[in-house]
Design a protein around this ligand. Structure first.
Ligand code: ADP
Ligand code: MG
Length: 394
């Protein structure tokens, strides 16, 4: 177990907190502030416990240079409204300079300050000096609360841990608890649903999950690489040519390990990749020539829904069809509903899967929706995340 801010005395200390304030912006305005509101519990805890709070984040890709369109100033303003107290914005093209150092030194317990976009500095994404040392000089405790960048070893996500005690904030604590418990100590049956577009991207995850789950349900665009590996024609469906053999190996591995690796038995197919294309239903052994699989079919939905209903833990990564098109959303919608209806621990990883449960109005029925796309995938792959490994053990 990793230490959190609850396990360390922050009172009277200068605490450097890595947040994920990488918010979507349009015309200089924040269009969605969920990432800022999500960070509030950690920041409020630190304020209440008399820490002097110095926040760090990146936004967009300024690529190591100051670019006004990526300034965190709007975030400081929004945060000030949400907290109902002053947030000192440490404006600086180089993130840390003499005036920022002076402001940090003068920061009092209970006060909050936000540094400029950390990626204005080219060292950040390389985890290089002198940036890490300059940041370290500002504070005494490092708190990582940015799960979305925890799979990257950057100055502000991992490097700082070499200089001072390092613990997690409440957001990372929650991610590690749900994703970690699901993988290490799941209530069984443990069912994983893997969908999305490309098999290649998800193979490492499938491989790792096969060691842990009782049933692995395949859906989405990667279905057809498996169907192809089974020796059937797939029409014009999405195919990951380079990974046909690997898909075959996974099927064989599953048989050997006694894991149920289930491939859709039917699909909703279309002539063109378009919502208005004519639709037909094909069995997987009998895909029509000139058609592509766009969604799992009704027999698959029934099969998967039954399996999900019996599960005690479900991890879902990747939509089961092209859910962005209303005519091909039914499969993904039915799976989302099955998770919503189940009393299992339900965990959603992946940006598009999170968007799907949101779109179908069942987001609040899920046990946990992971906020880190790439980071949650690497977690599910069984990789160690540098931004988490660097934190102190309890
Ligand atoms: P996540 O972000 O949840 O990890 P992915 O990014 O892997 O998910 O995949 C999401 C995309 O997969 C969606 O845009 C969806 O339209 C696409 N997709 C799902 N099924 C199919 C299919 N049968 N053919 C083509 N694309 C598909
Ligand atoms: Mg995606």
């Amino acid at each position: 177990m990793k230490k959190t801010i609850r396990d360390i005395d922050v009172s009277g200390k200068k605490v450097l907190v890595r947040c994920d304030f990488n918010v979507p912006m349009k015309d200089g305005k924040i269009t969605d502030d969920i990432r800022i509101t999500s960070a509030l519990p950690t920041i409020r805890y630190l304020i209440e416990n008399k820490a002097a709070v110095i926040l760090m984040s990146h936004m967009g890709r300024p690529k190591g240079e100051p670019k006004p369109e990526f300034t965190l100033k709007p975030v400081a303003e929004r945060l000030e409204e949400l907290l109902g107290q002053e947030v000192i914005f440490a404006q600086s093209d180089v993130v840390v300079d003499a005036s920022v150092e002076a402001a940090a030194a003068a920061l009092q317990p209970g006060q909050v300050m936000l540094l400029e976009n950390i990626r204005y500095r080219k060292e950040e994404t390389k985890n290089e000096e002198p940036l890490t040392g300059q940041l370290a000089a500002l504070g005494e405790i490092f708190v990582n609360d940015a799960f979305g960048t925890a799979h990257r070893a950057h100055c502000s996500t991992a490097g700082l841990a070499a200089y001072m005690p390092a613990v997690s904030g409440f957001l990372i604590e929650k991610e590690v608890k749900f994703l970690g418990d699901a993988l290490e100590d799941p209530e069984r049956p443990f069912v994983a649903i893997m969908g999305g577009a490309k098999v290649g991207d998800k193979i490492p995850v499938i491989k790792n999950l096969m060691k842990k789950v009782d049933v692995l349900l395949i859906g989405g665009g990667m279905t057809y690489t498996f169907v192809k590996a089974m020796g059937y024609d797939i029409g014009t469906s999405l195919l990951d040519e380079d990974n046909i053999n690997l898909a075959g190996e996974l099927l064989a591995q599953a048989r050997q390990d006694g894991v149920q690796l289930v491939i859709p038995v039917d699909s909703v197919c279309a002539k063109e990749f378009s919502n208005d294309s004519e639709r037909i239903i094909c069995d997987s052994e009998n895909m029509a020539e000139g058609y592509m699989g766009m969604d799992i079919g009704p027999k698959t939905v029934e099969l998967y829904t039954d399996i999900i209903a019996k599960a005690k833990t479900v991890v879902w990564n990747g939509p089961c069809g092209v859910f962005e098109m209303p005519n091909f959303e039914a499969g993904t919608k039915a799976i989302a509903q099955a998770l919503a209806d189940s009393d299992a621990v339900t965990i959603i990883g992946g940006g598009d899967s999170a968007a799907a449960v949101e779109q179908f109005g069942v987001a609040d029925k899920m046990t946990h929706i992971s906020t880190g796309g790439g980071a949650s995938l690497e977690f599910l792959e069984g990789k160690e995340l540098p931004g988490i490994v660097c934190l102190e053990e309890k």
